[in-house]
Design a protein. Structure first.
Length: 497
């Protein structure tokens, strides 16, 4: 569609009105679709099948929908559509971005992967309805950056099929020109808690590993070389932190995104994961039975992952085991100190190690085998520790460059003297970027800058234009769609999680 065809007279994407914007009129004459359709809800379902072709898109005027057989249904907009319209009209910057994307697609600039060149890197993203807005933004930015599409595919992991279908419907409304075929939807094969219950960190860890397992199940000739284990609140660095002309240069063929796989290969060849000590004094938080500092909490996390990979770690005498023991002793935190990449072939060896004596061949694939494994939270550390114990890797203590971490990764809340420009990370947190832009931290390396920003929802979404407004728009749409499906596990409070 052209931009004019894609936006209706309210300025909303026309697919919004098709997906959920009409409901059967309660004029009292019953449903005109035939004797087999007797209730208003069934009438509404029938309306959705045919709505949108000749419909008047005004927010107030009724429309007449023809089902193709001559029977007609008088429809009216639901109350949610004017609300969506008001939110949309308040997002001037977002509308300009959307219209620019439509214009690019109308010119034939739709993203694609060159024949015979499957992406060597795949991002595995754990998603659930409260975070759909984040991954929707990621898909929109990624799809509008051709070199990013060429370099990296995206796997989205959902708890169940209904969540995948819910996301597709919302995408058809808010990102209608990003085809579903451009990304891969994966449904977890393990029962997960829904709504706001359950162990959220454990669920997220399972989903990320499940995305890696899906990559492992692919044929060798098309499987990615590396998988990334990401949360949903991730955006492209150059689409948000740099002027528009810089972003366009990055996204052209041969731009910085085209070097992603080489940067990962270089890091893997070094056989070192950057890590920094966590301070016992810089930060503390109240917990159930008292106060805990960053070092105590993070030592626990490091130990959980180490014992998951090597239950007999305390008695192990190898050099690799000693390095992991030293990591625990010194509280060297290595999670999210750079882009969390996984070599897919190494992951197969890790799964085989964890699932013994069971095998992927016997269970019918890596996703099936993964059901036997109970992955710990802060999941990427277990991959790093496996590589240290079994693959000859080590932890590179960079505390003298970054300073001690306060709690977690030094990228999440860096000290003012941290030299992130020397570390050249492939991604950076919103907090760190905010401090760079305010002059608290030195400017990042220009030749090897980050490609992604994590924690995009932090710092008031200041650096990601209109992200908070997009979140409100997604919440409104999703709650209406969930209500229409009879689902009640999410509401206006836990949808904001």
């Amino acid at each position: 569609r052209t931009p004019e065809e894609s936006l209706d007279s309210d300025g909303l994407p026309r697919t919004c009105t098709v997906v959920f914007g009409y409901t059967a009129s309660d004029a009292g004459s019953g449903c005109p679709f035939g004797a087999d359709v007797a209730s208003a809800s069934e009438c509404d379902t029938a309306a959705h099948r045919v709505a949108g072709k000749e419909a008047n898109m005004s927010s107030t005027d009724p429309c007449t929908v023809d089902d193709g057989s001559g029977a007609k249904l008088v429809c009216r907009k639901t109350a949610a559509v004017p609300l969506l319209q008001n939110q949309w009209n308040d997002m001037r910057g977002r509308r300009q971005l959307m219209e620019a994307r439509f214009a690019a697609w109308a010119r034939g600039d739709s993203p694609s992967v060159a024949p015979g060149r499957p992406q060597r890197v795949a991002a595995g993203v754990a998603v659930h309805p409260p975070k759909f807005y984040g991954v929707g933004r990621l898909l929109a930015e990624w799809a509008s950056c051709p070199s990013a599409v060429q370099a990296m595919s995206i796997f989205l992991v959902f708890s169940e099929q209904s969540d995948l279908e819910l996301f597709k419907k919302a995408q058809e409304c808010l990102n209608p020109n990003v085809p579903h075929s451009l990304w891969t939807g994966v449904v977890s094969n393990k029962q997960l808690a829904r709504g706001d219950g359950g162990n959220k960190q454990g669920i997220a860890a399972w989903k990320k590993w499940h995305s890696i397992a899906a990559m492992m199940d692919m044929d060798e000739e098309v499987a990615p070389e590396y998988g990334l284990m990401l949360d949903a609140e991730v955006v492209l660095y150059h689409k948000n932190a740099r002027p528009a002309e810089a972003a366009e240069a990055v996204c052209t063929e041969g731009g910085l995104w085209s070097r992603l796989v080489e940067r990962i290969r270089t890091m893997e060849a070094s056989k070192a994961f950057p890590a920094a000590r966590v301070s016992p004094t810089l930060t503390s938080y109240p917990f159930g039975n008292g106060v805990m500092n960053g070092k105590i909490y993070d030592t626990t996390l490091i130990g959980e992952n180490a014992r998951f990979v090597s239950p007999q770690l305390s008695s192990c005498k190898t050099e690799g085991c000693q390095r992991v023991k030293d990591q625990i002793q010194d509280c060297l935190f290595s999670w999210w100190t750079d882009l969390p990449w996984v070599n897919v072939k190494t992951a197969r060896r890790l799964f085989s190690h964890l699932a013994k004596p069971h095998t992927a061949e016997e269970d019918g694939g890596w996703r099936a085998l993964s059901k036997r494994i109970h992955f710990p939270r802060f999941e990427y550390m277990s991959y790093q520790q496996y590589c240290v114990i079994h693959e000859g890797f080590r932890f590179n203590d960079v505390t003298n460059i970054t300073g001690e971490a306060k709690w977690g990764s030094y990228l999440e809340d860096p000290q003012s003297f941290a030299r992130l420009d020397l570390m050249k990370p492939m991604w950076i947190s919103m907090e760190a970027l905010d401090r760079v832009q305010k002059g608290v931290l030195k400017p990042l390396n220009e030749d090897e800058p980050p490609l992604l920003i994590f924690h995009a929802d932090h710092e008031g979404c200041r650096i990601a234009p209109a992200l908070s407004e997009e979140k409100a728009l997604w919440e409104t749409l999703l709650l209406e769609l969930l209500k229409s499906q009879g689902r009640s596990e999410f509401n206006k409070d836990n949808m904001k999680l």
